[in-house]
Design a protein around this ligand. Structure first.
Ligand SMILES: Nc1ncnc2c1ncn2[C@@H]1O[C@H](COP(=O)(O)OP(=O)(O)OP(=O)(O)O)[C@@H](O)[C@H]1O
Ligand SMILES: [Mg+2]
Length: 255
C-alpha cells in the first residue's frame, strides 16, 4: 500500500441476480487526487459508488479507506471516517431550507444545535450559497440544488468527496462556475472521485480518468489518453463506429 493511498479498492464485484453490475474493479485514489469515472449508461458507475460508501455490500472484493478495511461498515460509519458523497438522484428535504438541509450533515460531527448551525452556515459560505440559507430547498433552481448537494456532502467534513453527475442538466456557464468551485475545494485539500458525462468537466478537472464498461474497468490514464482511446470510443459507440468517434459523440449530453 502506498503511504498516500486514501481509498483502495481491490477486485470488487457486485452481482444483481444474473447481472454483474461491477466486475473485479480495482482502483486506488491517493490523497489530493482528482479521479474521474466515466462510462456508458448502465456501466456500473453509480453501483460502484454505492459499494464504496456502503449503500450496497460487494459480492466479493475489499474496500479500504485510510488503510482500514471498511466492507463491514454502514454508510454513516464510512462518512464518519471521511467519505462524503452526492447522489445521482438528489433528495433534498424540500420543505426544509438550505441551511437545515446542510445541518443534517453537520450533525454527524456536532451534536449541539447552535454549533451544527454555525458549521452548516460556514459550508454554505464556502460554496457561495450563504444568501440562500433561508430558501426552501424546493424553491432552489436546478444549479442551486446541485450545489446544495455538494454542500451537504461537505458538511460531513470529508477527506474524499464522491460526486455522481453533479453537473447534469446545467448550462455551460453554470458548469464553469461548478468547476471553479471544485478547483477551490481541491486547493483546500479535498480529494475527489467524480462520475461525469460532461467531457468538458473531465478535461478541466481530472488528474486521472478511469473508464467502466459493462462493470469492468477497461481503461485508465490522463484525460487526453482516455478521450483519444479507440477502446473507449468503442465502449461508448459500439463495434463498427471506431474511428468516427468524436468527443461530442462520446458525451450523451451537450458539452
Ligand atoms: N439495485 C439494483 N438491482 C438490480 N440491478 C441494478 C440495481 N442497481 C443497478 N442495477 C443495474 O446495474 C447496472 C449498472 O447500473 P448503474 O446505475 O450502476 O449504472 P451507471 O453507470 O451509473 O449508469 P448511468 O450513467 O445511467 O447513471 C444497470 O444495468 C442497472 O440496471
Ligand atoms: Mg449512475
Amino acid at each position: 500500500m502506498s503511504a498516500a493511498a486514501l481509498l483502495e479498492v481491490d477486485r470488487v464485484s457486485k452481482q444483481f441476480g444474473g447481472l454483474r453490475a461491477v466486475a473485479d474493479v480495482s482502483l486506488t485514489v491517493r490523497a489530493g487526487e482528482i479521479v474521474s469515472l466515466i462510462g456508458p449508461n448502465g456501466a456500473g458507475k453509480t453501483t460502484f459508488f454505492n459499494l464504496l460508501t456502503g449503500q450496497l455490500a460487494p459480492s466479493s472484493g475489499q474496500v479500504r479507506f485510510r488503510g482500514q478495511a471498511i466492507n463491514a461498515l454502514p454508510p454513516h460509519a464510512r462518512a464518519r471516517l471521511g467519505m462524503g458523497r452526492t447522489f445521482q438522484i438528489a433528495k433534498p428535504l424540500v420543505a426544509l431550507n438550505a441551511l437545515e438541509n446542510v445541518m443534517i450533515g453537520s450533525f454527524l460531527h456536532e451534536a449541539r444545535l447552535g454549533a451544527a448551525r454555525d458549521k452548516a452556515m460556514a459550508v454554505l459560505e464556502r460554496v457561495g450559497m450563504a444568501h440562500l440559507a433561508a430558501r426552501r430547498a424546493g424553491e432552489l433552481t436546478l444549479s442551486e440544488r446541485r450545489r446544495l448537494e455538494v454542500a451537504r456532502a461537505l458538511a460531513l467534513e470529508p477527506q474524499i468527496v464522491l460526486l455522481d453527475e453533479v453537473m447534469a442538466g446545467l448550462n455551460q456557464s453554470e458548469v464553469g462556475h461548478e468547476i471553479e468551485l471544485l478547483h477551490g475545494l481541491h486547493a483546500q485539500g479535498l480529494t475527489f472521485l467524480i462520475i461525469e458525462h460532461n467531457l468538458k468537466v473531465v478535461r478541466a478537472f481530472s488528474d486521472r480518468v478511469v473508464v467502466l464498461d459493462r462493470g469492468a474497468l477497461i481503461a485508465e490514464g490522463t484525460a487526453d489518453e482516455i478521450l483519444n482511446s479507440p477502446a473507449v470510443v468503442q465502449a461508448y459507440l459500439g463495434q463498427g463506429h471506431v474511428g468516427s468517434g468524436t468527443e461530442a459523440a462520446l458525451s450523451p449530453e451537450p458539452i
